[in-house]
Design a protein around this ligand. Sequence first.
Ligand code: MG
Length: 375
Amino acid sequence: MVRLDAVDLYRVAMPLTSPWRTAYGEDAACESVLVRGEAGGVTAWAETTPLAAPCYSGEWAGGAFACLRDWLLPAVVGEELASGEEVGERLAHFKGNRFAKAAVDELWWVMEATQQGVSLARLLGAEADSVEVGADFGVMDSIGELLASIGQAVESGYRRIKLKFRRGWDVDMLRAVRGEFPSETIHIDCNGGFTLDDTDLFCRLDDFMLAMIEQPLTAGDLLDHAVLAETIRTPICLDESIASADTARQAIELGSCKVINIKPGRVGGLTEAKAIREACVEGGIGMWVGGMLESAVGARICLAVAALPGFTYPADIFPSRRFYQRDLAEPELELITGAEGEPRIAVPQAVGVGAEPDEDRLAECCLEHARVAAD
Ligand code: MG
């Protein structure tokens, strides 16, 4: 049972070591929203990271901050909440805003774990003590730079490579990569940058023996994804399209995808992420966990999900130093090496989420702060 006395809300810009380029744009800093809840003298942190502009989804960090401050937190602070489902019910009359809702749901889970004296992963039902992670490369200045980065990742033992894919960084890029790395497990992420008019392009991609094509078409197009899935041999993975367990079930029934990328932020939090995991297991659909370049607080929330049983592909969860000179939160996430030399990240066993922002660093990165307290 969680009764939040107050929640402090921070919108932050965390400078990236190099710009993150995707089909939807370029980020020099990762904008994120951190929440710090207080309940009966106990504190807990959570994080949601929709990025600076409404380009990955319709949400953005400034909007999520305002939505939490003005609507979501006033609806839950001071209320007795017995479960993540109950949090969802309290917020159900607010439409959309899933990244914003995720902060409330995740805060409930981290607070409940902290009050029970267990780790978030344990409370969720996770069993694994570490999670295999993959390598992930955005659009770079040159193909030579990309090939060198992939070479380093392969040498470091990464067993799957994910590449961002957008117009101008497409078939020629893949041909060069496959020429140099003919047998590595590789997949591409289109971030919804294409339409069915590009079907010929996707047919040509079958030649590259990709593990999957992530989010080829617009987020809302479950039907078009089902049409594309019938046409090409490469499995389709959906990310942006899967906003909830309901859309997951619809996508599975329609045949829109063979794999789902589960991101707790995108789907409104851990309660919904768990439900999507169950829908994937039931539907025999592959699944893996993705991230949004979160700080070590948000990345640990993703890790707790990835440690649940049944994930079939290495996660997009990164050691802090992959994107940040210094993580906003501590302890930073570091890689460990698995039995077969593969990079993994340990699932924290500490109580709650097991990390919190460094106070000075938080002050440096903070763009906006608010506090919502019970009357
Ligand atoms: Mg994606």
